[in-house]
Design a protein around this ligand. Structure first.
Ligand code: SF4
Length: 281
């Protein structure tokens, strides 16, 4: 049995917060370069060029890619043979988020209560922690800070089987148009299909946090990802909503078996600051 120390998790999470917020990942840089090449709008091309320039400045100066450094969404894959020593794992994650956001001067955007008080917690905690127990003795931590310009444009619909694939595409298109310029395109769009209401939202979130150079392992869903990307880019929203064909650089789909009477669909929009960083302990 592998023993992982509480303090190690705190340190790693703090580092991941900084990395995710300040470094545009190679998959996103490559996606921007491709989009700049293909974009037909001169203004759109210029905007994507600015995103690449922004990425370079953020990396060199170790500054945030965007002022909205988001809520810290955390995905944990906990090996069933691993043991965490020194404290509760969720406390370690939150301590790491607090340390990372404070020491790296990342904006703190979390309020303590959604309705009555709305007082900033001061250290960007609590994080949103999604945990899976997996085989093995490793601990994988992935951090995907999520800004709310794009998060606010998420949509969840409980379709019925008769709605079929066309129904899914309709919801998708509705979400892209609803997001428009407010989700800071070009976006990475996460699509969840199947499961239950709660499961489909998580699937969409997992999809939105997946790399822009990944594709679904099932060829049917990989093809759907391409079709949906084409659909998003046919809306004309374009970079920063100012017109063009680069509304999204990637659509990722995650799916799960569902009930005979249902076809849940969720769309989680990620903006051009589609941030993610991970580590395996
Ligand atoms: S939607 Fe994304 S790019 Fe736009 S302000 Fe929020 S985090 Fe920044």
């Amino acid at each position: 049995m592998k023993v992982i120390q509480y303090s190690q998790i705190v340190e790693e999470v703090a580092k991941l917060c900084k990395t995710a917020c300040c470094i545009v990942t190679p998959d996103m840089k490559a996606a921007f370069k491709k989009a700049r090449e293909n974009e037909v709008s001169p203004l759109g091309k210029d905007i994507i060029g600015k995103l690449l320039e922004n990425a370079q400045i953020a990396e060199t100066r170790q500054m945030a890619i965007c002022q909205d450094t988001g809520m810290a969404v955390v995905f944990l894959d906990v090996g069933q043979d691993a043991r965490i020593e020194g404290g509760y794992i969720e406390d370690a994650i939150n301590e790491g988020v607090a340390k990372g956001y404070t020491e790296s001067y990342l904006r703190k955007s979390v309020v303590n209560d959604p309705i009555f008080e709305r007082k900033n917690t001061g250290n960007n905690t609590p994080a949103i922690i999604n945990t899976r127990i997996v085989p093995g003795d490793k601990l994988k931590i992935k951090i995907a800070p999520k800004g709310f310009g794009s998060e606010n444009k998420s949509i969840l619909k409980m379709l019925v089987p008769a709605d079929g694939l066309e129904g899914v595409k309709k919801v998708f298109l509705e979400a892209v148009k609803y997001a428009g310029p407010n989700a800071c395109p070009p976006m990475v769009i996460g699509v969840g299909i199947g499961g239950t209401m709660d499961k489909v939202a998580l699937l969409a979130k997992i999809a939105a946090a997946r790399s822009a150079d990944s594709k679904n392992v099932d060829p049917r869903y990989a093809k759907l990802e391409e079709e949906l990307l084409e659909l998003a880019n046919s809306t004309g929203v374009g970079p920063q909503g100012l017109g063009g064909i680069s509304t999204a650089v990637k659509v990722n789909v995650e799916w799960f078996p569902t009930h005979i009477a249902g076809l849940p669909v969720a769309i989680n929009i990620n903006c051009h600051a589609a941030r993610h960083a991970d580590v395996i302990l």
